[in-house]
Design a protein around this ligand. Sequence first.
Ligand code: CMC
Length: 427
Amino acid sequence: MTQKEAQLKIGNQTVNLPIYSGTYGNDVIGISDLGKAGVFTYDPGFMATAACESKITYIDGDKGVLLYRGYPIEQLAEESDFLEVCYLLLNGELPNAVQKQTFSKQINNHTMLHEQISLFYRGFRRDAHPMAVMVGVVGALSAFYHDSLDINNPSHREIAAFRLIAKMPTIAAMCYKYHIGQPFMYPQNRLSYAENFLYMLFGVPSEEYQPNPVIARALDRIFILHADHEQNASTSTVRLAGSTGANPFACISAGIAALWGPAHGGANEACLNMLKEIGDVSQIKKYVDRAKDPKDPFRLMGFGHRVYKNYDPRAKVMRETCHEVLEAVGAKNEPLFKIAMELERIALEDDYFIEKKLYPNVDYYSGITLSAIGIPTNMFTVIFALARTVGWISHWNEMHANNSRIGRPRQLYTGPAERDFVPVKKR
Ligand code: CMC
């Protein structure tokens, strides 16, 4: 980081503030010492606040660029696989052939869950949302793996990362199996990460199950595309929870909770529900008009992004994959997918969406793809959480490796001034 300086005038006082430059992106003004001048900064929604320094992921929202450790997402989605991307995000470099094999083995060593954890599922109603189950079960891992809870020990942090990456598909598939009342399937380590997930999701003990390679590849891509996205709401939640010294399983559980909302990871589920609600191509215009009406809270789910003011590069890759899957499963002409393709076309040509730079985001196509694969809507965000776990844990690890301080935002207090208590009889 090179250092320049900014000057801030507050009344008669001039405060000098350092300016830091990163590899790419806007310079940032260091304001930590502003409190000494008697002021704080105010930035609800973090519109212009860098909360940390990071070397993991870079997004250029205007150009539509996403880099993991410097590598463009399009190249990784085309040429890499999810476990290799996990290694990259965790370690900073792509693995060589030996490192790749060793990493794969290390992950495979941890795919099973402690048998006791399966009892947790039975405590939930069968109709519980799988995200509710996932938040609970991932948090509960803290009670099982006491040998990896010392956050100041790098090897404990590493084993916690392996466990989380390895166990998430097992946990996610069990959420689904519990919901539909089928037996849990144990992981099969001979399969790839995505194939194993499909096996645990769709396999049953009484039948042979052979994952379709087109679908396994599509799922692997979905995992790669969702693996990290710098300081989004859930990652920031993981960092904030982690800054208190909380254990990694609890922190990831907090991240899952933050991801669940429809403005974040819940958008893929909300998008599919919206397409079902539209119901017919003839209704699209009505919904587009509603999305444009400032008095109507309705938004086109799967459109728009806080950072991307250009086509989401993940959506470009996801769109191709979506078409491949629709072709492979023979679903191209199904009404839901026809609505999706027509809505995309109409919105991309509409002045409102063009002027506000609202493009389809990754969740638009991932929802459609997952639905074509046969994954139920309420599992979409669970799959997002599975894939994002490596990003969350990489940020959590980076934060601890840099000895960061507890995260403690300030506020602009606008509540009542100090006043005296009034006993109930006199109120
Ligand atoms: N449909 C219609 N209008 C929209 C939409 C939309 N999907 N998104 C934004 N706008 C309008 C919004 O009404 C506002 O208009 P105006 O300036 O007239 O008030 C303008 O565009 C800017 O929107 P904003 O809410 O100020 O933007 P934001 O950066 O705070 O919100 C967002 C970003 C993703 C929450 C928002 O675009 C949205 O709600 N999209 C739908 C939900 C969605 O698809 N979320 C997934 C995001 S990608 C996956 C992830 O990373 O989690």
